[in-house]
Design a protein around this ligand. Structure first.
Ligand code: PBG
Length: 322
């Protein structure tokens, strides 16, 4: 007790503070999401995400080389398709955008960890994450059949990690069996296990050119629920997930911390487009110090229990230092 105890003793100098710092973010923890668009010649800036552009597929090899040279160690690829249809069938093709961008990225930087966001919404004309039935509902099991094909296409193209984000029931087990049957026993699955139906994805819809009809409330989770997040996480673990995720990040730190206590798997968090936009626009208005706020938020994810962090700030932070 005070005055014997004085917590300020360990805060007296920067080096002392560093010695007793409990968590630390490094380049090893960070994953950079990228948007890759086919059939364009120049990068398209995303108005709602200042500093982020859609990369033309034609420039992807050199962009990936530059990103790897900057020290980024992992990327998550999102395709922006010009070949949309009712089922997102472009993702099932060996010469589709998903397969091509994965091959290009792996060839350009073989040591870079290339993750694919395995979903359908950027490839369907209705913008939903799967097959839509006659009454407008997203059909779970028909979507699983397609997903089983899509993940093998991605793994054959060289994806290092398969990351399904569609929130279909049973998707992890389906994917694990499909990968194993195709000889990809060594390819891990990062489950978007707790994905909330969040308004923080707003700018992503702009970024990904997704014209969503309706909303995703019948498959993504209700933001009010934390117990259900435990069920989703434990279910995905039981089905064979190698890593789990919570998405979005900042508004769900409690969920992250609670899952951390219930699983031994590596845990990822996704600082989503809306979180990025809030910081960027506030910094542009002079209200926040961007560099410091970014580091504070990434640190908060670590403290709450994340091992891996997906963030659009990854390249800046890796380049500038922590
Ligand atoms: C769906 C997907 C989404 C995001 C990642 N994967 C959008 C959604 O669920 O509506 C959002 C990412 C972000 O907002 O940064 N494939």
């Amino acid at each position: 007790m005070f005055p014997t105890t004085r917590l300020r003793r360990l805060r007296r100098t920067g080096t002392l503070r560093d010695l007793v710092q409990e968590t630390r973010v490094t380049a090893h923890d960070l994953i950079l999401p990228l948007f890759v668009e086919e059939e364009i010649d120049a990068p398209v800036p995303i108005a709602s995400m200042p500093g982020v552009s859609r990369i033309p597929e034609r420039h992807l090899a050199r962009e990936i080389e530059a990103i790897a040279r900057d020290g980024v160690r992992a990327v998550m690829l999102f395709g922006i398709s010009r070949h949309k249809d009712a089922t997102g069938s472009d993702t099932l093709r060996r010469d589709g955008l998903l397969a091509r961008m994965t091959r290009i990225a792996k060839d350009a930087a073989p040591d870079l960890v290339v993750m694919t966001d395995n979903c359908f919404d950027e490839y369907t004309d209705h913008g939903h994450c799967g097959v839509v039935g006659p009454d407008g509902a997203v059909l779970n099991d028909q979507t699983l059949d397609n997903l089983a094909v899509q993940v093998v296409v991605a793994a054959d193209a060289g994806a290092d990690v398969i990351a399904p984000s569609g929130m279909m029931d049973g998707q992890i087990g389906t994917i694990r069996r499909a990968l194993d049957a195709a000889g990809h026993e060594g390819v891990p699955v990062l489950a978007y296990s707790t994905k909330f139906a969040s308004a923080f994805y707003g700018p992503f819809r702009d970024a990904s050119g997704c014209d969503l009809q309706g909303d995703r409330k019948t498959y993504q989770m209700n933001p009010a629920n934390a117990r259900e997040a435990m069920r989703e996480s434990l279910e995905d673990e039981a089905e064979g997930a190698d890593m789990l995720m919570v998405k979005p990040g900042l508004a769900y730190l409690d969920v992250l911390a609670r899952i951390r206590e219930r699983t031994l798997l590596p845990l990822a968090v996704y600082q989503v487009s809306g979180e990025y936009a809030m910081i960027k626009f506030a910094a542009q208005a002079g209200a926040l110090d961007e560099a410091r706020v970014v580091r504070e938020t990434l640190g908060a994810f670590k403290r709450a229990g994340a091992d891996l962090i997906l963030s659009y700030f990854t390249r800046d932070v890796v380049r500038e230092g922590f």
